[in-house]
Design a binder for this molecule. Structure first.
Ligand SMILES: Cc1cc2nc3c(=O)[nH]c(=O)nc-3n(C[C@H](O)[C@H](O)[C@H](O)COP(=O)(O)OP(=O)(O)OC[C@H]3O[C@@H](n4cnc5c(N)ncnc54)[C@H](O)[C@@H]3O)c2cc1C
Length: 372
């Protein structure tokens, strides 16, 4: 693909966020160029679970995720020390989808929609006029930093300042196991969680997430004998060995400056255990394209904050459960005794009930925890 002299939008990074931003901008009639240093399909450590609101948000970019080769799941199950509680989503299904399948689908859609795609192209800098890549300047009206959690664009644009910034570490492995069921599972251990997403009729994605960067899946698995039993004898799946990544809880003070805007993990993120990263970036992409059309990136700043509020709240709740073992055990017993409460928590998680209803729910949970 030839380099253009100029473009309406230059997207730096061709992971899910960059491709989503490119698709959304194309749908608003803008000319879009995207560059990524890597060559597709690009893999990454990810739990590979997309919540129903994420499947819905992808639709607004023209992505019918449930038509590709994934595995739908009906709800979420929390498990700890023999206690478990589960609930189905109030509406729609979640989807387990291999990262490489998602990426390939998004790349194909972007090519069909006329995004100019420059793979194997590292961007080395930006200025007011455009983007430096492969020793030349490409003029751009808008520049999008979709270059992931370590975002160089964020640094170049002076947007590194954070309101919050903490991190955990995630490791993913695929296992060839048939018939795991149709729930995504979160298994709570001491200072770590395993979460398991069915991604095919005969494959699951297992992610360990915790604060210790040295702890690997094989170190943590003995804490989860039920999981060990079900994985026994399963071959490691098609994605090869364990793959690691940083799960950041990061909120930036600002997600744009002048004509540069950040999207996806570059713009901040919620802890991976929420399974909301992809949903967030699909929603951000649509909001960003709207702001381009309005020629006003402050609108994107506002929308970005609004989109992130609920997942951040849920992430805080889950991280509280991670750090307080006694509180977690009480909460698990309370929820197991009244699964409808868990159902309402899940509905809040995917935006199906309002924070006010959720507050009523939280009070009910608190009361149950005091009285069990
Ligand atoms: C362990 C773990 C589990 C997770 N599980 C889930 C889950 O189950 N569900 C969910 O929804 N979310 C999950 N997430 C979050 C989700 O994976 C991220 O939110 C998502 O990958 C962010 O995508 P992105 O496009 O912003 O960044 P990335 O996927 O990191 O893409 C950034 C791209 O930018 C490119 N790039 C960087 N610098 C340059 C440069 N200078 N020039 C050109 N290209 C450049 C890179 O090559 C890369 O392709 C998980 C995250 C982790 C760490």
């Amino acid at each position: 693909m030839r380099f253009p002299r100029s473009t309406d939008v230059f997207v730096i990074g061709g992971g899910p966020a960059g491709l989503a931003a490119a698709l959304a901008a194309r749908r608003r009639g803008l000319e879009v160029t995207l560059a990524d240093a890597a060559i597709p399909p690009i893999d990454k450590a990810c739990g590979e679970g997309i919540m129903p609101d994420g499947v819905q948000a992808a639709r607004s970019l023209g992505l019918e995720l449930d038509t590709v080769d994934g595995q739908p799941f009906r709800g979420i199950r929390f498990c700890e020390s023999g206690v478990s509680v589960e609930a189905a989503f109030p509406e729609g299904n979640g989807l387990g989808l291999k990262r490489t399948t998602l990426h390939q689908m998004m790349v194909e859609r972007a090519a069909e929609d006329g995004v100019r795609l420059l793979w194997g192209t590292r961007v080395t800098g930006i200025d007011q006029k455009g983007v430096f890549a492969a020793d030349r300047l490409v003029g751009a009206r808008w520049i999008v930093g979709a270059d992931g959690g370590q975002s160089p664009v964020r640094r170049w644009a002076g947007l590194d300042s954070c309101v919050r910034d903490s991190r955990r570490f995630g490791f993913r492995r695929h296992y060839a196991v048939a018939g795991w069921g149709d729930f995504m599972e979160v298994h709570w251990g001491e200072a770590c969680q395993l979460y398991i997403t069915p991604i095919g009729a005969r494959e699951v994605c297992v992610v360990l997430i915790g604060r210790d960067p040295q702890m690997r899946l094989d170190d943590a698995l003995p804490q989860f004998p039920d999981v060990v039993r079900r994985l026994a004898g399963a071959a490691h799946g098609s994605a090869g060995p364990e793959r690691g990544g940083v799960s950041a809880s990061r909120r930036l003070k600002a997600v744009y400056r002048s004509n540069v805007a950040l999207v996806g993990d570059a713009s901040g993120s919620v802890d991976a255990v929420t399974g909301e990263g992809l949903c967030l970036l699909f929603q951000q992409a649509v909001a960003l394209a709207d702001a381009f059309v309005a020629e006003d990136l402050s609108r994107y700043q506002q929308a970005h904050r609004r989109i992130g509020r609920r997942p951040e709240f849920m992430a805080d709740l889950m991280l509280l459960m991670d750090s307080r073992s006694r509180l977690r055990k009480r909460a698990m017993r309370a929820l197991a005794g009244n699964p409808a409460l868990f159902g309402r928590m899940l509905a809040m998680h995917i935006g199906e009930i309002s924070p006010r209803e959720f507050l009523t729910n939280s009070l009910a949970l608190g009361w149950r925890m005091l009285t069990i």
